[in-house]
Design a protein around this ligand. Structure first.
Ligand SMILES: Nc1nc2c(ncn2[C@@H]2O[C@H](COP(=O)(O)OP(=O)(O)OP(=O)(O)O)[C@@H](O)[C@H]2O)c(=O)[nH]1
Ligand SMILES: [Mg+2]
Length: 392
């Protein structure tokens, strides 16, 4: 499953956003390091389901579908707060940074209201907030680079003496970062790093890791507690990063509660107040509806879908066993929705389903066109695909 990590300083609202995205109840409190162990849960991105073309309802094995809106599961990880010095072991220690290494996408949550200090304590005066945002990211880069550069002398001597290509060796060294050999090669050539590993300095390793966060595991910045921030403040963040989003985890949780007890119907883009509840509740809900009417504010769900489809350019494809009914062998219609990165071929998909299916690959069938496609066919958003394999 696609892994998305929520990172940021302590006390900025990561667990609040995690709870909203996963419909769970992580521990939330107004003091730093409330979260000591990462919370892991399932959230969803929304895509258009091909079942509308069939005129029948699909039977998702995971997630849900209604009215052609298919919810595709993704893994959300709420990483405990990062503070300056984390890369040297300050704060909650190192182990949770492994979650960052394993994640495909990093959502950096920051506090737009400026009510949280670098150490995560509540404060009242304004801070150098953007500097803080950058310093958290710097901390992550330094930490991962220190891992990569560990025992470099020994590694580089051996690597330079071997006959292997540089990208192959580096790919192996980066294996646990989930980076392909192709990506490693393009990182290497883009940065113009020394040809011999033994000539690398620590700054080269830092450069490489920074580039990983720019090109391979992009960091998306999400400003939380926007309910406490003026629009001009948010505009000033947009000047620093035009791609950041502004949300309110607090409002999301309130809406979820209100929806459960029938005070609102919440369809993401439209929130309707049903009229039930007391004057105080109605007043609060009207404030929330007004907040989301301002296009500078986003729903957390939309942010997630934007990150997966807009930033990462992932697509959703539907492997099936029967090209006519678009079902599996038991008659379940479009049972699986698989998120794939750009450039994924039908052979890659076969391996994703099972390594035996990949090894026994014969051909794939584009079920919409009822046409065989080759193993190097690059899959498109919404493709319904049957893999024909020696092993089925
Ligand atoms: N007003 C407002 N308060 C929020 C919002 N999101 C979170 N909070 C509050 O901020 C405080 C910290 O929230 P948490 O979700 O525990 O923060 P965290 O980032 O997980 O903190 P650590 O686990 O300590 O790193 C809590 O008191 C929340 O109720 C928001 O959008 N608006
Ligand atoms: Mg937390």
């Amino acid at each position: 499953m696609l892994k998305i990590a929520l990172i940021g300083k302590p006390n900025v609202g990561k667990s609040t956003l995690f709870s909203a995205l996963t419909f769970s109840q992580a521990e939330i409190a107004n003091y730093p390091f409330t979260t000591v162990k990462p919370n892991v849960g399932v959230g969803y991105v929304v895509t258009k389901c091909p079942d509308t073309e069939l005129g029948k309802n699909c039977n998702p094995r995971e997630g849900r579908c209604s009215g052609g809106r298919r919810l595709v599961p993704v893994e959300i990880i709420d990483v405990p707060g990062l503070i300056p010095g984390a890369s040297e072991g300050k704060g909650m220690g190192n182990e949770f940074l492994d979650y960052i290494r394993e994640s495909e996408i990093i959502i950096h949550v920051f506090d737009t209201s400026g009510k949280v200090s670098s150490e995560g304590n509540p404060i009242t005066e304004d801070q150098e907030q953007w500097g803080d945002v950058l310093s958290v990211e710097r901390e992550m880069v330094l930490w991962l680079s220190s891992r990569l550069y560990r025992d470099w002398d020994k590694f580089s001597r051996k690597a330079d003496a071997s006959q292997e290509r540089q990208e192959k060796i580096l790919h192996e060294r980066l294996a646990s970062y989930g980076i392909s050999e192709h990506q490693t090669a393009s990182l290497l050539s883009g940065l113009g790093l020394p040809k011999k590993f033994s000539q690398w300095k620590e700054k080269d390793s830092i450069n490489l890791v920074s580039e990983i966060f720019r090109k391979v595991k992009p960091i998306v910045r999400v400003g939380n507690r926007a309910d406490l921030s003026s629009e001009s403040k948010l505009q000033s963040f947009l000047k620093e990063d035009p791609n950041c989003f502004f949300v309110s985890g607090g409002y999301e949780l309130l809406l979820e509660k209100a929806s459960k007890i029938g005070l609102v119907t919440d369809q993401g883009s439209t929130i309707n107040i049903t009229g039930k509840g007391n004057a105080e509740q109605l007043n609060a809900l009207e404030g929330i509806v007004k907040f989301y009417r301002n296009p500078i504010h986003s729903r957390v769900w939309d942010v997630l879908s934007h990150v997966v489809f807009g930033v990462m350019n992932y697509s959703v494809v539907y492997p099936v066993a029967d090209e006519t009914s678009w079902s599996d062998s038991k008659g379940n219609i479009l049972p699986d929705a698989v998120l794939i990165p750009p450039g994924t071929t039908s052979l890659d998909l076969a391996f994703r389903i099972h390594s035996d299916i990949g090894s026994g690959f014969i051909r794939a069938i584009d079920c919409r066109k009822k046409m065989a496609v080759r193993k190097d066919y690059v899959l498109n958003q919404g493709d319904v695909i049957k893999i024909v394999s020696k092993i089925s």
